[in-house]
Design a protein around this ligand. Sequence first.
Ligand code: ADP
Ligand code: MG
Length: 596
Amino acid sequence: MNLSKFNQILTQTLLLPVLALAFVAGILVWQVRNAERTVSAIQASGESIAAATRAEKLIVDEETGLRGYQLTSDPRFLKPYRDAAQPLHAELDLLRRNLIAHGESTRPVEAMEAREQLWRVSFADQVISTIDGGGDTRDTTLNLEGQKKLDDVRTGINDIVDRETALRSQEVGRWRLQVRRTIEALIVLALASGIFISVFSLRQLHRVSDAYQGTLDGLRHHAQATFDSEERLRTTLTSIGDGVIVCDPGGCVELLNSVAQELTGWTQNDAFRRPLEEVFHILNETTREQIETPVAMVKRLNRVVGLANHTVLVRKDGTEINIDDSGAPIHDRNGALSGIVMVFRDITRERRAQNALLATEKLAVAGRLAATIAHEMHNPLDSVSNLLYLLRGEKDPNTAEHYLTLAQQELTRMGQVSRAMLGLYREAKNPVTINIKEMLDGVIVLLERPIQQRQLTIETAIPDHLEVHGFPAELRQVFTNLLANAAEATASGGKLILAARATSVKTLSSATAHRGVTIQVCDTGSGIEPEALEHIFEPFFTTKGELGTGLGLWFSRGIVDKHGGSIEIHSSSNPEDHGTTITVFLPHTGPATTQT
Ligand code: ADP
Ligand code: MG
C-alpha cells in the first residue's frame, strides 16, 4: 500500500458522502421551490379574493349612496356613489392584473365591469338626473330593474370570489401534499444517505485498516528480515576465523570481532572510537618502519586493498605477530564511503613453516653443492701440495717462482669458493647496496665445476656498474637456484647465458615506472611442459624425484617479491627450439615497505 492509494481512499471516503448530501440537498431545494410556487399561487388567490371583496363593498357603497339620494334628494348622500367609481375601477384593474399574472382568464372581471357600467348608465345616472330634474324615482319596475342589474354585478363578483376561493383551497391542498412529500422525501433520503454513508465509510475504513495492516505487516516483515540479516552478519563476524575491524569513514574503530580482540589485545570497549592506528599498529618486518593501515589506504584510494608482505602487528602488550591483511570500503546507497572493513589473520605459524622450508631449501642447496665444494677444495689443495712437493726439490729460482705463483692462484680460487659459500648463508640485517656483477660472479664460481662437468658453456653479459638495494645472501641464493636449474635441465654441449641490464618497468600497483635491473638466465635445456609450467612456483613441485626439493622457484619468487621485483618464465619444449628463459626484475629501491 503506497501513499497515493491511501490518499485515494481518504478522498473517496470524504467525497462520496459529500456528493450524496449534495444530491439530497438538491432534491430538497427543488421541493422547496415547488412549495414556494404553490404558496405564491395561494397568495395571489388571496389577493384576488381581497380585491373582489373590496370591489363588492365599493358597489355596496355606490348603491347605499344612490339609495340615500333617492330618499332625501340631498346631494351629500351622493358622495359615496361618486367616490366609489375611481377605487372600484382601481380594484378591478388590480384583480385583472392578478388574474393575468397567474394565467387566468379576465373575462369574468370584464363581464362584471360591463354590468356595473350598465347599472350606472341605464339606472343610477337616470335616477340621479330624474331627481335632479325634480321627478319621481319611486317607480317599482325601474327600481326592480336597477336592483336586478346590481344583483348581476354582485353575482359576477361572487363568482370570481368563489372561483378564486376554490382555486386557493386547491393550491392549499397541493401545498399540503408537497410539504408531506418533502418531509417524506427528507426522511427517506436522510435514512438512505445515512445508511449509504455508514456502509460506505465502514467499507472505506476497512480498506484503510486493511491497507494499514498490510503496510504494518510489510514493515514488520522488513524489520524482521533486517534483524535476521544483522544477526546473521553478527554471527558470521564473531564466528569468522579471521580478525575483522570495522571503522567509520573517519578511520575510528567501531567494531572488533573476537578474533580481532584476541590478535590486537584490545577489547571492543577499549578500542571503540579510537583511531585505528592506535589499535592496529603495524610495522614492516624488516625495516621496522610504520606501515600505512589498510583503512588509510582505502580512504586514499577508495578501493579494496591488500597489505604488503612481511607485516608485523604490534599487540597492545608489545608482543608481535606476523599478519596478512586487506581492507575494503563500505559504500552507502548513494555510493558515499560509509565505513571501512579490515580483515587480517595471524600468519606467524605460516611464516615459521615458511622459514623452516627456506632453511630446508638452503640445506638442500648446500647438500647438492657439498660434492662440488669438496672438489673445489680438494683439487686446489691437491695442486698446492703437489706444487709444495715439487718446490722442495726445485733448485731453479725461476721455476720455483712459477710454482709459487701457481700455488697462489689455487689458494685465491679456494678463497673465492669459500667466500661464495659463506655469502650464501651470511645475511645482512638490513638491506644493503649490492653490486650485481660481484654477486653473479660469486654464483658462477660455485657452479663452475658442475657446468664444466656437464660440458656446458656459459656466456655472461653483466656490466660492472649495476646496483640494487637488498639482502645479498637471499639474492645469491635466488640466482644459484636459477642457474643450477638451468644447468640441471641442459644436456651436455648445451649453452647457458647470464645477462643483466638496467631497465625501467611499469607495475600494476603504481602508475610510475620503476627503475632497476633485469637479469636473465637462459638455457638451451629440455624446456618445461605447459602442464608443469602452471605449477613450477608451487612449493614441493619437482620433476627431479629424490634429487629435487621443489622449493627452489617457490623460494626465489618469495625473495624477489620481498625485494619489490618480479619473476617471469618463458619456456619451450619444442624439439627444434627448446630452452628456458627466466627474467628477474629487481627495482633499485629494494624491499618495499608497502605495496598493494
Ligand atoms: P627443484 O629444482 O628442486 O626441482 P625448483 O623449484 O627449483 O625445484 O624447480 C621446479 C621444477 O621446475 C623443476 O623440477 C623443473 O622441472 C622445472 N624447472 C625449473 N627450472 C627449469 C629450467 N631452467 N629448465 C627446465 N625445467 C626447469
Ligand atoms: Mg631447483
